[in-house]
Design a protein around this ligand. Structure first.
Ligand code: IPD
Ligand code: CA
Ligand code: CA
Length: 266
């Protein structure tokens, strides 16, 4: 692999270390699924355990860096210059059900811009990495977005709405609208992997409302470095960690944005 920044090296090492206990935990899920107690609490502790390993590893090198994490919250709040963005398990529902479609996702941001990121599915042993200006990779192979030209031929992936969403109906009607204009829509349950799969051409596009920054931070740089377009719409300055996102190959990006009937703001 031709990625060589100190940050990407740190992230890949931290992910490899965290993945060892995560793989063990995933094995344990099978037993818990058939037990009376069920895997609920165990999943929460697997999330926390994985996150702790990631934080410890990254902090060893840079105790002063800011960290945005799903489970712990924000660490070193005043450091906005250098920040890690961590989702220890993206795809918890899948993890909980013994479906191997989940990933560790870690991005690194400098002065507000994502510079590199890793999305690692330890069960499939697929590590997606990218660094600004140096391309995107799946394991050691360079990846690129698909070359599909027509939206009507596209396989598009999305997620949500969450149970608590106040715009469930809107999200569902958008889902219908997109479904009527593309080849097929998928819901795979891990936003990070959804983006990584667009980056390597398995899917042609991804969109989602009300997604958290830690779900997509690493995906943003991986998709961009794979030649994809990423933009956000209807941003709310009061909730900077909540995003509405479209990511796709460059050919269908405009059409998909139009279909969502949103004004691009980036
Ligand atoms: C979730 C996944 C899912 C998306 C949800 C996220 P989690 O993350 O990325 O695909 O639809 O909005 O919250 O909870 O599994 O880390
Ligand atoms: Ca997530
Ligand atoms: Ca998570």
């Amino acid at each position: 692999m031709r990625l060589n920044s100190p940050q990407i090296n740190l992230i890949t090492k931290a992910c490899a270390k965290a993945s060892r206990s995560l793989i063990r935990d995933f094995g344990e899920i099978e037993n818990l699924q058939v037990s009376k107690k069920g895997p609920g609490d165990f999943v929460t502790s697997a999330d926390k355990r994985t996150e702790k390993i990631l934080i410890d590893e990254l902090q060893k090198a840079h105790p002063e860096y800011g960290i945005i994490t799903e489970e712990t919250g924000i660490i070193n709040k005043s450091n906005l210059k250098n920040r890690w963005i961590i989702d220890p398990i993206d795809g918890t529902m899948n993890f909980l059900n013994g479906i191997p479609q989940f990933a560790i996702s870690v991005g690194y941001e400098e002065e507000g811009e994502i510079k590199c990121g890793v999305i690692f599915n330890p069960i499939m042993n697929e590590m997606f990495c990218a660094e600004k200006g140096n391309g995107a990779f799946l394991n050691n192979k360079r990846i690129r977005v698909s070359n599909k030209k027509n939206l009507k031929d596209a396989i598009v992936v999305t997620g949500g709405p969450k149970g608590a969403s106040k715009i469930r109906e809107k999200i569902f009607s958008e889902y219908v609208n997109i479904s009527n204009n593309v080849s097929n829509v998928r819901k795979f349950g891990s936003a990070a992997l959804d983006m990584a799969y667009v980056a390597c051409g398995r899917f042609d596009a991804y969109w989602q409302r009300e997604i958290n920054y830690w779900d997509i931070a690493a995906g943003i740089i991986i998709l961009k470095e794979a030649g994809g377009f990423v933009n956000f719409f209807e941003e709310d300055i009061n909730f900077p960690l909540k995003k509405n996102i479209i990511g796709s190959n460059s050919n269908i990006h405009e059409k998909l944005s139009e279909l969502l009937n949103k004004k691009d703001i980036e």
